[in-house]
Design a protein around this ligand. Structure first.
Ligand SMILES: [Zn+2]
Length: 42
């Protein structure tokens, strides 16, 4: 039986829909944009 961690490791890396930068593993609440594009101050 595979762990949930192994399942997520096999997922393709996300890319920011705004700048195309690969998004590091993080909570899904950020959606499909990177920290730079998701910065609240912008
Ligand atoms: Zn971005």
């Amino acid at each position: 039986m595979e762990s949930i961690v192994e399942f997520y490791k096999k997922l393709p890396k996300k890319k920011c829909q705004s700048c195309g930068q690969v998004i590091e593993e993080k909570a899904d609440c950020y959606g499909n944009i990177c920290d730079e594009c998701d910065h609240p101050a912008r």
